[in-house]
Design a protein around this ligand. Sequence first.
Ligand SMILES: [Zn+2]
Length: 474
Amino acid sequence: MQEIRFYNTLGRTLETFVPRQAGTVQIYTCGPTVYGHAHIGNLRTFIFEDFLRRSLSYLGLEVTQVMNLTDVDDKTIRQSNEAGLALNDYTATYIESFFEDLDSLHVERAEHYPRATEHVPEMIAMIETLIDRGFGYVSDGSVFFRIAADEDYGRLSGIDLSNQQRGERVASDEYEKEDARDFVLWKASKEGEPSWDSPWGPGRPGWHMECSAMSMKYLGESFDIHCGGVDNIFPHHENEIAQSESATGKPFVGTWIHSEHLMVDGAKMSKRLGNQYTLKELVERGIEPRAVRYLFVSAHYRQKLNFTFDSVAAAGKALERVDQMRFRLGSARENGPPSTVIAAAIEQLRKDFAGALANDLNASEALSAVFQMVRDVNKIIEDEAVGEGDGERVFAALADVDRVFGVFDPTAWQADDGSAEDSLSDEAVENLLADRQAARQRRDFAESDRIRDELQSQGILIEDTPQGPRWRRG
Ligand SMILES: [Zn+2]
């Protein structure tokens, strides 16, 4: 088995990844807070996590992934109140929207999607343990984590809270704490807020508590990988470690992997700049989810990625190069023995591809291996040297790498965009192509061009080959 290396945020070094149990990997990924549609910055993180899961599976590990749904917090409560809906009715819309986005982007489903509201007893039990062990204290019906009791606090983020004044009240904080640094484990509910009964009175769990309790329920007290966006490192993940390790006395997570921010037009996304696009907004502007997925998986997860309408168009163009090769290869006449050039290109791809993934998910290196094969195959097609079975072998190699990238099979993406229903039938295309051939034969090029344009406007791409015209749906 290939050695896999990841950049572990805990310790900030590139290190060899060793799963706790050989042949398997357990991953916890912080999921969406379902108070609105996910913006593309959130989606970058979810696509990265999909890429991680697919890569580990490609490298031979059996993956168990958990992603929580935060369906109760300040935002969901406020917005559902404003909408005049029960919390569950309000969040149902956005949970559905979230799964629609995942499907549109061909993100594989995790094994578990636990909801916070369905795991309150587990959270209460963990908070009780923290109180028993001296890490939690009750104040006005809320429970707080006592940071002063945790010597290791700050290990993940490197934050040093020691120079913050103890006892200083944070202006926005409505609860009474011993120490300004302490964070909430359980929040007493206010009038009109949804609440759960607890030993400390009616309330609801703090956000960090959700992830500690749900990850341990599904993956155990210690597990392999925990992911999120870089903005989760502090305070969310730091607090998860503090709660979990204080409750169990065991190491919580071996490897922390964080994906960088998505920028839009060179700027941070913000409501104020109006650049917090959702996937649905991009689709309305004619952008294909396939190009969005390609753009997001093509950049290394530890680099900021700048989303622009040009960059997503360039992603579409890159995919077009692969589509063109597929199409030309599918139409090429296979002649004589298999091409040794193609055999070598496929072999090289296999080797380089797995090596790139195992090296801290080096997506650009993995993609350049794919495009090297595309170039090699194109050359053989131009030389009319495609041999028996070469087409099948190249398609199989592409399908193999597509287990990770999930973008190289155009038919897999056409099936779900509904375009097949409203475009021309195969028979209609064949008839128009026959008309075009007839026009060419009588040298009526204006007419043959007109038919080609008409077909193109219907999304039909034509290529003239020595064996006659070939077509496909673009
Ligand atoms: Zn989380």
